[in-house]
Design a protein around this ligand. Structure first.
Ligand code: NI
Length: 189
């Protein structure tokens, strides 16, 4: 089932999500719905808070980027309860990012290019691996959602000022969008 995407202004996007536990009953259904929602909105990653569920759960499918990044061919991941260590000694790279929860806005974000991540997959198998390049960026962006962060938190004060009105409009639902969204307070529309 396709779910509405919670957008900027929704409190669930601003709080730290809960750990996924084995007694969470609808996990496979939630993951299936997140996948469907992400594909329907042409995203490459989605975090559970973006569908209003405050859980440390992310789905990534970066296969569509294989033209530009051949190493991403076939890369799909379910990430639960990630612990990320950013390699602060790795070079920083600046690239444009966007987000399903911040429709119509893309901004340059500077991030370190290497990370180390421990996580659990949907079968409760534990993993630990280094990531770099574009995948490391996507993982950082998605996992930021699990800690109440959005990519717009990492842009310059001047850029934040310039998109202030657009963000206010998103929060009110005054935004054109090809997928279903859910605003926090539609009465203010
Ligand atoms: Ni995002």
């Amino acid at each position: 089932m396709t779910l509405p995407v919670y957008v900027y202004g929704q409190p669930v996007l601003r709080k730290e999500a809960e750990l996924v536990t084995k007694d969470y009953e609808n996990l496979s259904e939630l993951i299936a719905n997140m996948k469907e929602t992400m594909y329907a909105s042409n995203g490459i990653g989605i975090a559970a808070p973006q569908v209003g569920v405050s859980l440390k759960l992310v789905y990534i499918d970066v296969d569509v980027l294989k033209e530009d990044f051949p190493e991403l061919e076939g890369v799909k991941m379910v990430i639960m309860n990630p612990e990320i260590t950013v390699d602060e000694s790795s070079p920083t790279v600046t690239r444009e990012e966007g987000c399903l929860s911040v429709p119509g806005i893309s901004e340059n974000v500077t991030r370190h290019s290497k990370i180390h991540m421990k996580w659990t997959d949907e079968n409760w198998v534990e993993h630990e691996q280094d990531f770099e390049g574009y995948l490391a960026r996507v993982i950082q962006h998605e996992c930021d959602h699990l800690f109440g962060h959005l990519f717009i938190d990492w842009i310059s004060g001047i850029r934040k000022q310039l998109i202030r009105n657009k963000l206010a409009n998103i929060a009110k639902g005054n935004v054109r969008c090809s997928y279903k969204i859910k605003v926090h307070n539609p009465k203010r529309r």
